[in-house]
Write a protein that binds this ligand. Structure first.
Ligand code: SF4
Ligand code: SF4
Length: 338
């Protein structure tokens, strides 16, 4: 769901009227109860979309200084930065408008993620996190043009990129917290796997396997597909931040607008692109995909971290995500199914 387009020029009343009319056409002989239920679902989906959009107005600047609590809570090495991102980057905008998608908590694809050749048995299904879960909400915020542009040069990642990615962690943390309160107001319970105490990373050789993968969950929900660089390519690209949460609220699942897990990548479509291989300074992205996580981590640890010290950031450099045809959308020549 493209939030900006979905909200543009639509009043709540006309939105509900149109939605109800569409339901009436699409379903043969609908009952009044069915229409009323779908209208309520659409109203809630609309409110979630507006809620995510509104987050940009209040939380979209760099937030390292403003949110010391959540930064500490994440416990992944993020701390207050002496670089003071706010002043250093003149309050540059963090994100552009997001996209959101909904999966049924019982979608069989969640079980597929437990297979050893996907993630493994360590990956927990929505109902393992929350026994009476109904819906998984997955969303993606693209990093702003300023931040993405700063990282298009070769070499060490730009400080603005690193600061943006770190701030994005805090932003998504705060967004998930606020969404949890939003659902509580609708009498629904929610769980945020990413910051739940049961979240684990299990080592498997050179890779770490998460008990909840934002990328894979996004794929199941219909948000996007995997590129050769293994990031999720959404209709707003891959250079941004994913977030998700599980709730007992029942919403209509998004229809996945693709037929396979690599549908939005030109390499898998016709072999016409290897931009992410060419862009990767750590030689981590390859046509086979072997050993990528370990090579990426090695490059980050041995080259990026010493170069940017004292900034305590441990993530990747993001060169494979910028200056690539999938940076800000589905590459030209690939059609999203409607
Ligand atoms: S840069 Fe090209 S090959 Fe790499 S993920 Fe994007 S579309 Fe696929
Ligand atoms: S984050 Fe950097 S090192 Fe890691 S795969 Fe992407 S380009 Fe390569």
């Amino acid at each position: 769901m493209d939030i900006r387009n979905s909200l543009k020029g639509i009043s709540r009343r006309s939105f509900l009227k149109a939605a109800t009319a569409a339901s009436a056409v699409a379903v043969a002989a609908p009952t009044a109860v069915t229409i009323e239920h779908r209208s309520r679902e659409l109203e809630i989906e609309h409110r979630i979309a507006r809620f995510l959009e509104d987050q940009l107005k209040t939380l979209s600047q760099f937030v390292w200084e403003e949110a010391p609590g959540p930064v500490e809570h994440l416990g992944n090495g993020l701390r207050y930065s002496p670089l003071n991102a706010n002043k250093a980057f003149d309050n540059v905008r963090l994100f552009d408008s997001p996209v959101v998608a909904f999966a049924s908590a019982t979608d069989p694809l969640f079980e597929e993620l437990k297979r050893p050749n996907v993630i493994g048995p360590n990956h927990m299904s929505p109902r393992q996190w929350l026994p009476n879960a109904k819906t998984v909400i997955s969303y993606y915020y693209p990093l702003s043009e300023e931040i993405r542009a700063s990282n298009r040069q070769a070499g060490i990642p730009s400080i603005m990129w690193l600061a943006g990615k770190a701030s994005a962690e805090v932003f998504v943390y705060n967004t998930n917290k606020a969404l949890t309160q939003f659902f509580a107001g609708l009498n629904a319970t929610s769980v945020i796997p990413d910051t739940d105490s049961r979240f684990k990373m299990v080592r498997n050789g050179n890779t770490l396997l998460p008990s909840w993968s934002e990328r894979h969950v996004g794929y199941v929900a219909g948000l996007g597909t995997f590129g050769l660089h293994k990031s999720l390519i959404t209709e707003k690209g891959c250079a941004g931040r994913l977030g998700s949460l599980i709730t007992t609220l029942e919403l209509k699942p998004t229809t996945r607008p693709y037929r396979n897990k690599n549908a939005y990548c030109l390499f898998y479509l016709n072999g016409s692109c290897i931009a992410c291989i060419d862009r990767c300074p750590g030689h981590a992205v390859t046509k086979t995909g072997n050993n990528q996580a370990a090579m990426c981590m090695k490059y980050s640890k041995e080259t990026v971290v010493p170069a940017i010290a004292p900034l305590p950031y441990k993530g990747g450099c993001g060169k494979c995500l910028t200056s690539a045809p999938c940076e800000i959308g589905i590459p030209k020549g690939i059609k999203r199914l409607t």
